[in-house]
Design a protein around this ligand. Structure first.
Ligand code: SF4
Ligand code: SF4
Length: 358
């Protein structure tokens, strides 16, 4: 897993010609993993997480439960504490709390009966279970990760590659950076402005005032008032408000958002250590990510899977194989190489790789 600074990261590539057979895809993933796996990646009894996203209701691009079954069986031989890890969404739909999230997972074929391992929503019922991890990045001194991420021993990140309106390209760096953040962490990546109270929606319950660490919220005439001079933008109030009365602006620019996202991925590496493996699925590559509740026509033909232990190299190889221009054409105002360049700058990994066909 460790390499010297002069070595290229090893990236393993498995072509798949038949995407109609669940069995074939499941076998392909396992053979890719067997080629990648090192003896000490998971030790007996350790907590190991398969990090993936179940997709929004109505999307078709997510990683299918049947595709991972053989990998799950192989990993269960190593540890009984294997589980699927996901976090709540920032936007308020079913997956923004753990209960709704598990219902969507179930409707997409994921539960303990079908996959054989439990699902843990790593930032808790409402996305508030977080832990600060120091990174000393350019944008963040520390990041707010889902608590379960910080308590796990190893992560196998499985990512469905898509385009993305704010990051241009969504794969391993996004699955780790955005996907392992608690809701407040997702807010800090998406927004550069402070939350605002919509007075008409506020019911004056005072929950936001109780949770605010900066004493920046008061209640006057049964309405919350946010004092901007005191607010530190932690996002806790947006999570706790059940009336959806504290609004977020998704206004971070596309360069800074990518940079912030990879700083969060660095936080995951700081929390978990080197035992992070990544596999990108280069199939059904759509313009938008799986958070969109609609099926889309793929931008390119299905290709295969790419895996390795350096998320930067795995994502760069995926971009090279699909073609960076595919994503630039989809979102001309976003350069997806920004995330690779910043990840290299903060020493998360390297875009230089050696491609090994499996
Ligand atoms: S938690 Fe929401 S509804 Fe309750 S006081 Fe705060 S803003 Fe108003
Ligand atoms: S974002 Fe954080 S600091 Fe600002 S008002 Fe909300 S809870 Fe308080």
């Amino acid at each position: 897993m460790q390499k010297t600074s002069t070595e290229k990261s090893k990236v393993y590539f498995k072509r798949i010609s038949d995407w109609t057979s669940v069995e074939t895809i499941s076998e392909a993933l396992t053979s890719l993993w067997q080629r990648m796996e090192t003896e000490d990646f998971i030790k007996k009894g350790e907590f190991a997480a398969i990090k993936l996203t179940f997709g929004e209701e109505g999307t078709s691009g997510y990683i299918k439960a049947g595709w991972i079954l053989k990998l799950v069986e192989a990993l269960k031989q190593k540890t009984e504490n294997l589980y699927i890890l996901e976090t709540n969404t920032l936007y308020r739909e079913k997956r923004s709390n753990a209960v709704g999230h598990l219902h969507v997972a179930h409707s997409h074929g994921y539960d303990i009966q079908t996959v054989g391992i439990p699902i843990i929503i790593g930032d808790g019922l409402h996305g508030r279970d977080s832990q600060n991890v120091q990174i000393r990045g350019e944008h963040f001194e520390g990041v707010k990760l889902a608590k379960a991420v910080c308590e796990t021993d190893a992560i196998i990140s499985l990512s469905h590659v898509t385009g993305h309106m704010q990051t241009g390209f969504a794969a391993s760096l996004k699955n780790l950076g955005m996907g392992c953040a608690a809701r407040a962490g997702k807010l800090m990546q998406h927004s550069k402005t402070l939350p605002e109270v919509t007075v008409e929606k506020c019911v004056g319950c005072g929950e936001c005032m109780k949770i605010c660490p900066a004493n920046a919220i008061g209640i006057k005439k049964k309405k919350a008032i946010l004092v901007k001079e005191r607010c530190i933008g932690c996002g806790e109030c947006t999570v706790v408000c059940r009336a959806d009365a504290i609004q977020i602006k998704y206004d971070e620019n596309v360069v800074k958002m990518q940079q912030k996202m990879v700083e969060y991925a660095l936080g995951v590496k700081r929390a978990v250590g080197s035992r992070i493996a990544c596999v990108n699925f280069l199939c059904n590559v759509t313009k938008n990510c799986d958070c969109m509740s609609k099926a889309e026509t793929p931008l390119v033909p299905d290709v295969g899977m790419i895996g390795g232990f350096d998320p930067v190299a795995v994502d760069k190889a995926s971009l090279d194989i699909i073609g960076v221009d595919t994503f630039k054409k989809a979102f001309p105002e976003v350069d997806p190489l920004t995330q690779i360049q910043h990840a290299e700058k903060i020493k998360l990994g390297s875009g230089q790789y050696e491609l090994i066909e499996v």
